[in-house]
Structures are given as structure tokens and as C-alpha cells.
Design a protein around this ligand. Sequence first.
Ligand code: PNS
Length: 154
Amino acid sequence: MKTKVICPGSFDPLTLGHIDIITRASKMFDHVVVGVLNNLAKTPSFTTEERIQLLRKSTEGISNIEIVGFDGLLADYTRENGITAIVKGLRAVSDFEYEFQQALTNKKLNPELETVFLTSSSDFMYLSSSIVKQVASLGGDIGSFVPECVHDEI
Ligand code: PNS
């Protein structure tokens, strides 16, 4: 049986840390869906369509990947699309509580669904979309934080 998983996130903007997790997931599973979602706790800087296009450009070399955008519950999307697991990156202890809460909520909403965490590469432990936005808004160089097309766009 083929394993179909999802890497969900707001990707606002996409960082090299996201690319690292997506690339590693694509080597572990048969098919990886990257879900561009809206985090209701955040106001996005990029539209969903812009985030999808930047993800498509940045993952051109990966063959078993599909980029989608959707509204609604992640648990419902996985059930309706034959997805067996959520794959997320875990950077530090500070991520754990938030990620654990989401994993348990998703499990309650869809008991068939697992959440798998990949430890972040040490190169990207410190990196987050909000740090990128902060550095960019103050005129700093974000060239080593994001894919080239995201750098150009920002
Ligand atoms: O990159 P982020 O902002 O940490 O991603 C969070 C995201 C978008 C994966 C999360 O907010 C989410 O799953 N949103 C979809 C709505 C949903 O299913 N909410 C309940 C899950 S806790």
C-alpha cells in the first residue's frame, strides 16, 4: 500500500527549514501533499495563491509532491483524500506544546490519522517565518533563510 502524507503549514513565507522537512518527507513516503492553509491565529502577508506558486517553484525537482490550498479542517481533508499521516518539523522544546496540542486535536477529529515529527536540521533550528518577516521588514538580508524565488518576491 502506498503511503500518502501531508506537510501542512501557513508557509508565510516559505523558508529553507520548510523545504528541508518537505524534501526529507518526500524520501520517506510515496506521495507528499503540501497543504497551504490559513492559521486562524495569524494574518497572512502572502495570498494562498502566492504561497502555492512559491512552493511549486521551490519544489520543482521533487517528483512525488503535490501542492494544494484548502480551507476547513485538516482532519477532514486527510479523511477525504486518503492521507494517513501529517508530517511536521519540530525545532525545539518551545515548539512541542503547540505541536502536541494540534496532533492530539487532529487525532480526536480523525482517529485514523497519525502525526509524525521530523527533527529540524541543526542548520534551521532557529528559523521561522516570523523571524524572516521581521528581518525583511527591517531591511536585513534574508538570502540564507528562504529559497531564491521567495527572496526575489519579498
Ligand atoms: O505553519 P503554521 O502556521 O504553524 O501551521 C498551522 C496549521 C495551518 C497547520 C494549522 O493552523 C491548521 O491545521 N489549520 C487548519 C485548520 C484546522 O484543522 N485546525 C485544527 C487543527 S489544530
